[in-house]
Design a protein around this ligand. Structure first.
Ligand SMILES: [Zn+2]
Length: 332
């Protein structure tokens, strides 16, 4: 009896597993806001470019979304959230974080080909300078680190040349965690500058720029995108994590300055904010609401339903193959 019962359960489980993806896709309620980062010609360094999708994969996503979903402007989802109107489960909005040059070129070209709306979130103070997002610079430095020793933010050091790939990955993750959660922004910048100095400041500047994947768009590219109907959103001033590693005045700069920068360089104020690193504490949430933004997108995974909190909207990461993306969308 026991055997039959287990066999029946197993058969039931297999039937369920086979139909799982489709069933979820049909039953899931609420819209999906997709979050992308870089879109590159080809992946050259998988670890360094783990948040990027290659052009052909991105194109496959977009073709699928156009055929099987309804790609809508973010504003349409926000209107439905605010007015508590039912949200069509086929609705998808496309967002790109970080204001990268390859988003303004490769991604823009593909989205334009399919005539789909999208939004790009920009760390405004970094635009027009020679910096990129600090964690991208950190990733690059560690990818090509050739010194035998590597200092950590807490002042200790590891024998980098003795570490295997997995150990290096663990150290990279630990450094990032420390930098984003337990040092002040002054210490964070000083740490990064010290790594650049050891790496060779000129060598870093020249090779990082030649590599190009993390190069940011310029104001003219952003103006052209806006003219083409792309929505521009704030993504902090310098992409700092909005937590207690910032003083109140630093926090206010990250939240308020993007509105001033967009006004100064583009003549408008953005309506939405996307959290850098998906990080915000209670103080940041309050200040984003007070700053004049109408909504805030997070990195929390989920669908957006009618009546959702406009200042805590979930998204779904897009950096996967089409099959995995479909599973993530279905399960969100
Ligand atoms: Zn970002």
């Amino acid at each position: 009896m026991q055997y039959v019962s287990l066999k029946a359960k197993a058969a039931c489980w297999v039937r369920g597993a086979i139909g799982t993806g489709r069933r979820y896709e049909k039953e899931a309620m609420g819209a999906v806001i997709l979050a992308y980062h870089g879109v590159v010609e080809d992946i050259q360094y998988p670890q360094l470019e783990r948040y990027c999708v290659p052009r052909d994969v991105f194109r496959r996503h977009i073709r699928y979304l156009q055929r099987k979903h309804a790609v809508v402007p973010l504003a349409e989802i926000l209107d439905a959230v605010r007015t508590h109107t039912a949200i069509d489960r086929r609705w998808v909005a496309i967002t790109m974080d970080d204001g990268l040059h390859n988003q303004a070129t490769i991604a823009a070209e593909i989205l334009d080909e399919f005539s789909l709306p999208w939004a790009i979130a920009v760390p405004t103070r970094l635009i027009g300078g020679d910096r990129s997002i600090p964690t991208y610079e950190l990733d690059y430095l560690l990818q090509f680190w050739t010194e035998s020793s590597l200092s950590l933010p807490d002042g200790s050091a590891v024998a980098w040349h003795l570490l295997g790939a997995h150990q290096r990955q663990a150290v990279r993750a630990a450094i990032k965690r420390q930098l984003l959660t337990s040092v002040t922004s002054v210490m964070r910048e000083a740490y990064l500058e010290s790594l650049k100095a050891t790496f060779g400041s000129e060598r870093f500047r020249e090779s990082f720029s030649r590599y190009g994947v993390f190069q940011l768009a310029d104001w003219q590219q952003l103006r052209d995108l806006r003219r083409a109907g792309v929505e521009l959103l704030a993504h902090g001033a310098t992409h700092r994590p909005l937590n207690d590693t910032l003083t109140l005045s630093e926090l206010l700069v990250e939240i308020d300055a993007p509105r001033r920068h967009f006004q100064e360089f583009m003549g408008f104020e953005p309506s939405g904010f996307i959290l850098p690193h998906g990080i915000a504490d209670a103080r940041a949430n309050e200040k984003i609401g007070e700053a004049g933004y109408l909504y805030c997108l997070t990195s929390r995974v989920g669908r957006v339903s009618a009546g959702a909190d406009p200042f805590g909207l979930p998204r779904v990461d897009g950096e996967y193959t089409l099959e995995i993306l479909r599973q993530h969308m279905a399960r969100a």
